[in-house]
Design a protein around this ligand. Structure first.
Ligand SMILES: Nc1ncnc2c1ncn2[C@@H]1O[C@H](COP(=O)(O)OP(=O)(O)OP(=O)(O)O)[C@@H](O)[C@H]1O
Length: 309
């Protein structure tokens, strides 16, 4: 199923929280909605879920305006976490599954699978309130997709999870994607989005700065990040044609080029026919692109790129 957001706007009195936002999530994709605090991510989710009315625009699902039947089939992990404190973990999962129309006997396999996969076996009979915050979050997360929704919305699913549990969540997202679930999630952490999404939308104060394929976004900047480990000093490398800036790292120099096309002449210079230990040209990371796009450069690559634009 494909979700199409077209020109969606949300205004509170004089304040526009979401401004003519458009993006398309192809069926079976995991799609990242990225933006700083207050960018409009949760508001967008709430409009998709009809928990808030749109001021303008349309939200359609598989070619028709999204209706309550479609919405009943969604899964949603809200930003504000909360589960029933005195209900045992396992019961909690059955409860949410049954609420979404599943039969208890059909849920058993799913409940067992996810309890095991999220390492909650010994917490199965525990009251939710006795669990750590991270474990409560895992329970709520499983509850959001226990009914196998075709479309799943996860609002900041990674926040509050330790690195091990973040990895479990990443694996779960990939697993659900393989099963055909379309997933829309928000995150401040670009590395997660970069790892999990082929498509994304960058939001700044309610407006889309980019929506589409991550690879296309990266290609639009070109490969301008160049790491070199050779006998040359930073000063020597900075003097080369096409180098916008650079910084000395622990075991290499990291340069930002004005353009990918300068890489060949730089290679010819540093190698001069000899062996060099490292010469690697890369795209900017999503984090670097995001900071650049929202106009908050930090770090050498961005500062350099700013001077070249
Ligand atoms: N009911 C409301 N009335 C007025 N303004 C609101 C209301 N709800 C949200 N806003 C404003 O809309 C903007 C977008 O909020 P939203 O919660 O969608 O951001 P977000 O991108 O999810 O942020 P965060 O990452 O902090 O969760 C914010 O400036 C927020 O203060």
């Amino acid at each position: 199923m494909t979700l199409v957001i077209e020109n969606v706007t949300k205004t509170y009195q004089n304040f526009t929280a979401v401004d003519a936002l458009s993006f398309t999530i192809p069926k079976g994709e995991s799609f990242g909605l990225i933006g700083q605090n207050g960018a409009g991510k949760t508001t967008t989710f709430r409009m998709i879920l009809d928990l808030q009315e749109t001021t303008k625009g349309t939200i359609s699902w598989d070619g028709h305006p999204m209706n309550s039947v479609d919405r009943d089939l969604l899964g949603y992990l809200p930003e504000e976490r909360g589960i029933f404190p005195t209900m045992p973990v396992e019961e909690q999962l059955y409860f949410f599954g049954e609420l979404r129309g599943q039969k208890r006997k059909d849920l058993k396999k799913e409940v067992d699978y996810w309890i095991e996969r999220f390492d909650l076996e010994d917490k199965r009979k525990e009251k939710a309130e006795k669990l750590s915050k991270g474990n409560q979050q895992k329970v709520q997360l499983i509850a959001s997709f226990i009914h196998k929704p075709a479309f799943l919305i996860l609002d900041e699913p990674f926040s509050g999870l330790d690195p091990v549990n973040k990895d479990l969540l990443k694996e779960a997202i990939l697993h659900l994607k393989e099963q055909g679930t379309t997933i829309l999630f928000s995150s401040h952490q670009m590395d997660h989005v970069e790892e999990l999404c082929d498509h994304l939308c960058l939001l700044k104060r309610g407006q889309s700065l980019f929506s589409g394929s991550l690879l296309d976004l990266k290609k639009s900047y070109g490969k301008i990040k160049l790491a070199i480990r050779s006998d040359h000093s930073l000063e020597q490398l900075l003097a080369l044609d096409g180098v916008a800036s650079g910084v000395q790292k622990k075991d290499h120099v990291l340069l930002t080029l004005r353009d990918e096309s300068y890489a060949q002449s730089i290679f010819d210079f540093v190698s001069a026919g000899n062996y060099i230990e490292r010469f690697s040209l890369d795209y900017l990371s999503l984090d670097e692109i995001f900071k650049l796009k929202v106009g908050e450069p930090s770090g050498e690559v961005l500062a350099a790129r700013e001077t070249t634009l």
